[in-house]
Design a protein around this ligand. Sequence first.
Ligand code: MAN
Length: 348
Amino acid sequence: MDIAKRFENNPILRPADIKPSMPGMEILCLLNPGAFTFDNKTWLLCRVAERPPQKEGTIQVPVFNDKGETEILTFHLSDPDLDASDPRVILYKGVNYLTSLSHLRLLCSENGVDFYEPEAYPPLFGMGKLETFGIEDCRVTQLEGRYHLTYTQVSSIAVGVGLMQTSDWQHFDRQGMIFPPHNKDCAIFEEKINGKYYAFHRPSSPELGGNYIWLAESPDMLHWGNHQCVAITRPGMWDNVRIGAGAAPIKTDKGWLEIYHGANTDNRYCLGALLLDLENPAKVIARSQQPIMEPIMEYEKTGFFGNVIFTNGHIVDGDELTIYYGASDEVICGAKLSIAQILDSLDL
Ligand code: MAN
């Protein structure tokens, strides 16, 4: 059952609301923001997906080259070697390219609903060989006086998880890849457990196994071990093909509450919840049978890639959980949920 109360003015951010990062680019999608509080404001670290204006009969694909400059590759739609059936990714002669290049943009708000781009905080772009196809879907964890950013690093050779750390949102320590390919959807817990850092991550296995949620622990956030699988996809259900963690789990009396996304065979993305033991988060106490939020509004059903609700950022205030999410892979929306109601829905 959908128990989310959507913001009345959804979508709160659309591609036209911000400027492209450079001349010659247009913003195709604004999506999947990390969320955090800083300087008494609510902030979103939004994924901005850009591409050059398209010329008829072709697909123009942007990539970062070795020098960190944006280069445009052109593919002809009539080329028999081109598979352009997915709007997000094309396949040419056995090689995948993304149709857009994502960077991360900081926006802030006094009321959590009306967001603007402050001048003093520059965008974050991909850097180096492992980010030539951009950076995406950043989770922001507040811990020990710093912000820890876990995001998807995309390049022609890999999709993995990178870590950046900051305390002022002006200077960033780029720590490189912490979970090697194929991996994404990483969220670091906002508290240590028995002296160790914990994180969810989502390795993908093309043969045995699948797209499951895993848990790892670390002494320093750079070296992760004791990997354990905590949740797998469920045949015949709404999350039967792909699942992945959202933002950092919420600490409740009943356990760690994690909001996750699940996709089915039709690529329909819904949200559900997992409840994990406070002392041993590898132990699952409960899991949503039905989604707690699913694409039902027009802006969630149609867009760049329709029928998608994807979250990787939220703000907790007592029982009130404000989720920020990407809808239809194109716009950013907000919704409020009651944590008690989510726990009730788990039939504990
Ligand atoms: C998938 C989708 C895209 C994303 C790529 C790379 O194809 O989630 O939106 O850009 O993976 O992460």
